[in-house]
Design a protein. Structure first.
Length: 418
């Protein structure tokens, strides 16, 4: 198997692990275990907290002491062990700590998988910019494949989803040790390397108005990123409580419906260069925020009826624009506006604010809000839940349009998208 195919398999398994349980864990939590929404929000906050704590630490370890591919494999094996233990847990408090342990192992592997791929491709004289994107697309395909397997095997509310994820984690962990070596890149100045890996030198960007506004809105929007991962499949499945919808395709194959979002994501990636050149980075990020309004708004009025199904599908389609347009254009904004000496740590700060702090606070607060204001006798008011999320996204979009100042430079965008 050649290098590109080996890395493609790595990317596929990397996100297969996540896709096996991330979208369907809500059904296991609410339908099977019947635990509360506030506690469920805390579960998803572990993704954000792990993203804050672990990537920098594992980056230092891989940079100074252990081959990146070996550390990558060890983390997947340890994460697989935690996933295997989850079905034995019988209370939400213990579940939190076990899933937190699994996420402490899994979240840093996302960045490590990129580092491993970049290193191996460069060592074999491949053009990373040209070769890596098609490899990474297979990660999304792996995520979709796992979603489908979980649903079609009848395990979207079963503990078996964690065994499926664990099995893939063990396979990837063992497979990682067969990959070409990615030797530690030891720095002569250890103190400087430590600070740079933690992204401490990028925090001075908060002293600039435009960058401070950008990072704050990254955190606010990051709070919305996991909401449909947390609640989307639960929302569709709970239509099964309505007799006329119990046997509908939307209810029975809810995870397949949700996977349209990932198909959309792969399609909108291809459209980003056109939108960036035509509208500029600020406008593309604003389009993303408005797409989040539509994502939640379509869900609010969707149901398994013919017309309602169209709205649900439209919500899944617009997800690709909502997710990709901010993450990728935001990364390009960092690339075009920060000094090269702190660009890598600035990218890390962007991910920390959106996928770290944003996801952490979004997970906790959303669960508490749903439990307090939109749940009566265990019945969730999905119409107003989604409308409240849509209102939140709209406020963010309006605030961003007013407060964020950035002029479109076609030359900068053209250089980055070719």
């Amino acid at each position: 198997m050649n290098i590109k195919n080996r890395l493609t398999l790595m990317s596929f398994l990397q996100f297969f692990i996540w896709g096996a349980w991330l979208i369907t864990v809500g059904n296991y939590w609410f339908a099977t275990k019947q635990w509360s929404g506030a506690e469920f929000g805390a579960i998803f906050s572990t993704l954000g907290l792990s993203s804050i704590l672990m990537p920098a630490l594992t980056g230092i370890i891989a940079d100074k002491w252990i081959n990146a591919e070996k550390l990558y494999g060890i983390l997947h094996i340890l994460g697989g062990l935690a996933l295997c233990y989850i079905p034995q847990v019988d209370n939400p408090s213990t579940f939190y700590w076990v899933i937190f342990g699994a996420m402490l192992c899994y979240m840093p592997t996302i960045s490590l998988s990129n580092s491993v791929a970049y290193t191996i491709l460069k060592n074999n004289d491949y053009d990373v910019v040209k070769v890596f994107p098609p490899i990474r697309v297979w990660g999304t395909i792996g995520f979709i494949a796992a979603m489908w397997l979980t649903n079609l095997s009848g395990n979207k509310a079963s503990a078996n989803m964690f065994y499926i994820a664990a099995f893939a984690a063990f396979i990837l962990g063992i497979y990682s040790f067969t990959l070409p070596k990615c030797l530690p890149q030891r720095s002569i100045d250890g103190e400087s390397s430590f600070a740079k890996n933690l992204g401490l030198d990028a925090f001075k960007l908060f002293g600039t108005y435009k960058m401070a506004v950008f990072f704050m809105f990254s955190m606010f929007l990051g709070g919305a990123l996991q909401l449909t991962n947390m609640y989307g499949d639960v929302f569709l499945s709970e239509f099964g409580k309505i007799p006329e919808y119990t046997n509908s395709f939307i209810v029975q194959k809810s995870t397949l419906i949700m996977s349209i979002s990932q198909f959309s994501e792969t399609a909108f990636i291809l459209a980003i260069p056109f939108f960036l050149k035509r509208f500029g980075i600020k406008q593309v990020m604003l389009i993303s925020m408005l797409a989040w309004v539509l994502r939640f708004g379509f869900f609010a009025f969707g149901d398994p009826s013919v017309g309602g199904t169209v709205l649900i599908i439209m919500s899944c389609i617009v997800y690709g624009m909502a997710f990709d347009f901010f993450n990728i254009s935001g990364s390009l904004f960092i690339e075009t506006t920060t000094d090269s000496s702190i660009r890598s740590s600035a990218q890390g700060l962007f991910m920390m604010m959106s996928n770290g702090f944003g996801a952490f606070f979004g997970g906790i607060i959303s669960g508490q809000v749903i439990d307090t204001f939109f749940t009566n006798d265990g019945v969730r008011d999905w119409l107003n839940i989604w409308l409240s999320f849509a209102g939140y996204a709209l406020v963010i979009a309006i605030g961003f349009a007013i407060l964020f100042k950035h002029k479109h430079n076609p030359a900068e965008v053209a250089k980055l998208t070719h």
